[in-house]
Design a protein around this ligand. Sequence first.
Ligand code: FDA
Length: 306
Amino acid sequence: MGIGRSIVLGIAANKTVTNFVTKHGMKLGAKRFIAGESLQQAAEIVKALNKEGLMVTLDHVGESVSTKQEAIEATNEAIRILEIIKKEKLNSNVSVKLTQLGLGLDPEFAYENMDRIAKAAKEHNNFVRIDIEDSTVTQITIDIFKKLFEKYGKDHIGLVLQSYLYRTEKDMIEMGKLGANIRMVKGAYKEPKEVAFPRKQDVDDNYIKMVKLHMQSGNYIAVASHDENIIREIKRYVKENNIPNDKFEFQMLYGVRNGLQRELVKEGYRVRVYTPYGKHWYPYFSRRIAERPANAFFILKSMFKS
Ligand code: FDA
């Protein structure tokens, strides 16, 4: 973890900053990264992205709920997303976080909520992916995923793994044997050096190694990164090994590297845009600023414009 990212995540946790940005943030530029506060607004954005040949994964933002009622509401919202996707014929699936489903309150309860969402995904012939959060919940997330994978299979449920964690190689080998659909990311949380590579180069090297490992075992993988070196190397690797374009997809975040997303579509690759919406967008937004502090200038620029 870079010092810059640590500082930004530290500032973002400050209460005054949180209150100010939550109140004014949408006007001040957060909408560059968030597709609105309602599902209907997000659905319109999905339609526009689909028209450009981009697939979507919708995320109703939120994490670490403090009551079971909030977790149930988040579960119901994820199911509503699946219903709207079907009704409006959107090319989209869904991403969810287990802490939003009550993982911090009671893992069995979060499992049951996730089970309801996966069941709905199967009924609607769609797919739900469990996002991965900080390392204190990695093991329980994997355990819940494996139980649901047995019930619903690779066409309806997937997982995310992070290349900054030392443990990921072991997890990736296990996921390869299961045949799971994995999204590879570098990792967005503040992690101690006891669990995660502190050097960016090691995180990047491990990323490429993990993607190749999963591709070699014939599994589907989502290469979720804006890193041009990584994208270039994966493009080279799939060509060299005759891996067809329908065995993988690139994924990027809504509002990040928009030009590159569209270029990849033109080159014939599958590209999916992770599109968050909802009222509780602040933690998501602060991680995007931490990844690239220059993003904070969009907010400052909008402040001077308004
Ligand atoms: P890196 O951070 O090295 O950036 C490479 C280049 O990309 C930068 O130089 C810059 O040009 C551009 N870039 C990167 N981030 C940017 C930003 N925010 N704004 C503008 N430009 C940016 N993490 C996690 O822990 N759990 C999860 O479940 C997910 N899920 C997820 C889904 C998808 C589709 C994506 C793309 C990412 C995630 N992440 C995630 C986040 C991930 O772990 C990571 O923090 C970011 O993707 C940034 O890493 P990059 O791979 O883009 O490389």
